[in-house]
Design a protein around this ligand. Structure first.
Ligand SMILES: Cc1cc2nc3c(=O)[nH]c(=O)nc-3n(C[C@H](O)[C@H](O)[C@H](O)COP(=O)(O)OP(=O)(O)OC[C@H]3O[C@@H](n4cnc5c(N)ncnc54)[C@H](O)[C@@H]3O)c2cc1C
Length: 228
């Protein structure tokens, strides 16, 4: 299946979103990801395929890919992606992933590291569309003040008073003390962690060490990014 590029939107100096229209029927659940193939020459050792979260909610009717373009040492895949023009196509396959919202009456803690915010945007947008005022504490760690989706998240929070957003700008970090300070219901909440692989891994271990059982922790690992 192919996606056709309809629109691009920059979000800060390094982040850009690509809005695509599928050339056939495509369904996904909020929080899932797609496998992309972008043929280009020459190709570096990382090859011509990647996985990206579908950052748009199913109810939005288009596929949004949001990614960071590092200012240095960009992969050939990212260079080719950045060169896409409106109307160009990119191949996709394999909608997958179990980073999905559970019961709407659970309490959730979403922990995002930088571009790891993508599945949370989809989940929060979809919950709003379905008129589910889910109880979420979002801890959003970022390297600087360029917060991807900041306005959108805040407008969702205006409509869903149960969504509380806390930004942690580097050198501030998500650690046990911050979680104990900012999360009201640690003993019941379901923790979802999404971001660079090293950060997601270490936060998962930290949550377990805090006594949160594995069945209340979900992780979405993004390879290819150092820790935020
Ligand atoms: C399920 C899933 C969902 C994902 N969703 C998203 C998403 O929504 N948005 C998104 O941007 N990415 C997402 N990713 C990650 C994405 O697939 C790429 O791995 C990532 O964007 C890095 O892209 P790149 O390899 O083209 O490197 P670039 O972004 O061009 O460069 C990354 C920089 O990091 C270095 N680097 C490369 N590999 C590693 C590594 N393993 N560890 C540390 N540094 C490294 C490179 O040398 C370069 O300097 C997802 C991955 C998975 C598995």
């Amino acid at each position: 299946m192919k996606l056709i590029l309809m629109e691009r939107k920059t979000d800060g100096p390094e982040v850009e979103s690509f809005m695509f229209k599928p050339d056939g029927p495509l369904t996904w659940k909020a929080g899932q990801f797609l496998h992309y193939v972008l043929h280009h020459e020459p190709t570096d050792g990382e090859g011509s395929d990647r996985w990206f979260t579908v950052a748009s909610a199913p109810s939005e009717g288009f596929v949004m890919l949001t990614t960071r373009f590092p200012s240095e040492k960009r992969s050939t895949f990212k260079k080719a992606l950045r060169e896409l023009k409106i109307g160009d196509a990119i191949e996709i396959s394999d909608v997958d992933g179990d980073f999905l919202l559970g019961a709407a009456d659970n309490s959730y803690v979403f922990i995002a590291g930088g571009i790891g915010i993508t599945p949370f945007r989809s989940i929060l947008k979809e919950a709003l569309h379905e008129r589910k005022p889910i109880d979420v504490t979002l801890l959003y760690a970022n390297r600087d003040e360029h917060i991807t989706y900041k306005e959108e998240l805040e407008s969702i929070a205006k409509e869903n008073p149960n969504l509380k957003i806390h930004y942690l700008i580097s050198p501030e970090r998500v650690d046990e003390a911050k979680i104990r300070e900012l999360v009201p219901n640690i003993d019941k909440a379901f923790f979802y962690v999404s971001g660079p692989e090293p950060m997601t891994e270490s936060l998962g271990n930290m949550l377990k060490a805090m006594g949160i059982s594995g069945d209340r922790i979900k992780q979405d690992w993004f390879p290819g990014y150092p820790a935020e």
